[in-house]
Design a binder for this molecule. Structure first.
Ligand SMILES: N[C@@H](CCC(=O)N[C@@H](CS)C(=O)NCC(=O)O)C(=O)O
Length: 319
């Protein structure tokens, strides 16, 4: 019954069938459209594969009515990784690396337990065994995976063997924004988090508590890393034609809010891979000065909070 009333409300909202559209309904319309977007494949079964986010969001969307948007659950849905439960997952990472954090957001959201090996950013001795000289490197039951987007695509396919990432109906939109994360958003981050010497030191402070490093290694990594990145970030700023780094960060945050088009997530009522990517790269800066400024000066906070509750706590386990 609830399903039917939810469906009916959604369809009414779309058709504009209600003659007296009151202020509350107008406010709910964008949300109703998002929900309808999620419900559509269920209403009109397709002989093709369903979009990733639609498929996933069906679980939620069919049981809710347009009027229940405010109460929509923000609890974490689990488990996501029913069919894919690797025994041993190890992430070689830098705590503050946006690409590593994309992978972590994906693992956390899907409740895939993983161990972390913090890589010394100066010596990189922890990944000496690998030919690949960047992080993240993900070891999944002994198989090496590299490059954050490739890692996520591979994991996605193992979780959803019936679906191919490229054949998703909404794959273009998802891919477009994942590309925006890799080609634009990440480039805006470095000039922001290493903007001043104190912000650069704040960004490297994690090294004093993370990783299996000696006291001397920590001091060298913190001060050496901060100094190096302060200068590198000025170069990156020039390379990516960024004039005012904070303005660029705020603009990127607002661009993302605009992409949501009033929906809870880009994926409709549940995060899709692009939501996870944006959240992943922003998560390490959230409590830095640049992240606090971003939340204060843009409208991204509501989406960020929703993502925090959907992604849930870290599935990191002790190494
Ligand atoms: N396309 C790669 C980029 C990875 C990347 O550039 N990682 C940086 C850290 S954020 C790195 O390892 N740089 C080399 C270095 O630190 O020496 C990905 O998406 O994983």
């Amino acid at each position: 019954m609830k399903r039917i009333s939810g469906l009916a409300a959604t369809i009414r909202a779309i058709e504009g069938g209600a003659t007296a559209v009151n202020a509350t309904k107008q406010r709910l319309l964008p949300a109703a459209l998002c929900r309808t977007y999620s419900v559509m494949p269920r209403l009109f079964p397709l002989d093709r594969q369903l979009p990733y986010h639609s498929n996933r969001s069906m679980l939620f969307s069919v049981s809710a009515s347009a009027s229940s948007v405010a109460e929509d659950v923000h609890a974490k849905v689990q488990p996501h990784a029913n069919n894919f439960q690797p025994k041993d997952v190890v992430l070689y990472q830098y705590e503050a690396c946006p690409f590593c954090n994309k992978v972590k957001a994906f693992l956390d959201y899907h409740d895939i337990a993983y161990k972390i090996v913090e890589v010394n950013p100066i010596s990189k001795k922890e990944i000496k065994w690998s030919d690949y000289k960047k992080v993240p490197v993900l070891m999944v039951d002994g198989e090496q995976m590299v490059d954050s987007s490739d890692i996520i695509d591979k994991l996605f396919q193992r979780i959803h063997p019936e679906m191919s990432v490229d054949s998703l109906l909404d794959g273009d939109e998802d891919r477009k924004w994942r590309g925006w994360v890799d080609n634009h958003l990440v480039h805006v981050l470095s000039p922001n988090i290493y903007r001043t010497t104190s912000e650069a030191l704040e960004s490297f402070d994690y090294i004093t508590t993370h990783g299996n490093f000696s006291f001397t290694e920590r001091i060298i990594a913190k001060y050496g890393g901060a100094a190096a990145m302060y200068f590198v970030s000025k170069k990156l700023k020039k390379k990516h034609n960024i004039v005012d780094e904070r303005a660029a960060l705020y603009e990127a945050a607002e661009t993302w809010v605009g992409a949501l088009k009033g929906c809870e997530f880009l994926g409709g009522f549940k995060p899709n891979l692009a939501d996870l990517a944006v959240f992943g790269v922003l998560r390490p800066i959230r409590h830095l000065k640049s992240g606090r400024d971003m939340l204060e000066h843009t409208r991204i906070g509501d989406w960020y909070t929703r993502m925090e509750s959907r992604v849930g706590v870290s599935s990191k386990i002790k190494a």
